[in-house]
Write a protein that binds this ligand. Structure first.
Ligand code: GAR
Length: 221
């Protein structure tokens, strides 16, 4: 496949970028046919920017602190994304809420990975909250982005059983290992034209998806 034929993908990050790395590695291995056109961050010290640069991917930092207010930052991010016009925007540990105008502009073309089995535990501190509630399972979800936080249609989940001696650290490690499997997989489905969101319905291989496909930790170990 020529570079021109591949889905043009921009990745938004705020921090370490281990999910970005998993995507970069999948592309390098030939498992994921996408064109990574840019890695954007709101945080100039995000380590993920170094990962992108090391892989030869264009980077862009729209430093949140450099703008007088949220509206100015939102406008700058929108301008940059509009210029890039990616076919898919992948939020990979991007820790800011994206303005409604931008979400709507890229409706069906923006996905996120969130560390919980949505609709359980939207928002922050999902590991702590799941442990405090004595949940039997936790996990992570890949979903399309809509203006309401962590509420867009999900299509892929990775589920882990919470162990008796589980800590926030051990749970995060296991869940993130799962993210590194399911996020490149889900992006690949979109890139290969197998999965799309149409009129708020997800279609996979021309069949409507009733709910997210769930991959259990044991099945991939
Ligand atoms: C990921 O685990 C992702 O699920 C989470 O941030 C982490 C970023 O890790 N995202 C959210 O919490 C978004 N609400 P990474 O920078 O190493 O990919």
């Amino acid at each position: 496949m020529n570079r021109q034929d591949k889905l043009r993908v921009a990745v938004l990050i705020s921090g370490s970028g281990t999910n970005l790395q998993a995507i970069i590695d999948a592309v390098a291995k030939g498992d994921l046919a996408i064109d990574l056109v840019s890695v954007l961050s709101d945080n100039p010290s995000a380590y993920g920017l170094q990962r992108a640069a090391a892989a030869g991917i264009a980077t862009d930092c729209i430093d949140y602190a450099a703008w007088p207010d949220r509206a100015a930052y939102d406008a700058a991010l929108n301008k940059r994304l509009t210029e890039l016009n990616p076919q898919l925007i992948v939020l990979a540990g991007y820790m800011r809420i994206i303005a409604t105008t931008t979400v709507n502009q890229f409706a069906g073309r923006m996905i996120n990975v969130h560390p919980s089995l949505l609709p359980a535990y939207p928002g922050l501190h999902t590991y702590r909250r799941a442990l405090d509630a004595n949940e039997a399972f936790h996990g992570t979800t890949v979903h399309f982005v809509i203006p309401e936080l962590d509420a867009g249609p999900p299509f892929l989940q990775y589920r882990v059983k919470i162990h008796a001696d589980e800590t926030e650290h051990s749970l995060r490690e296991r869940v993130q290992a799962g993210e590194h499997i399911i996020y490149p997989k889900g992006i690949g489905w979109i890139a290969d034209g197998r999965l799309e969101l149409r009129s708020n319905q997800i279609w996979l291989d021309t069949k409507p998806l009733a709910g997210p496909i769930v991959i259990d930790e044991v099945t991939v170990n």
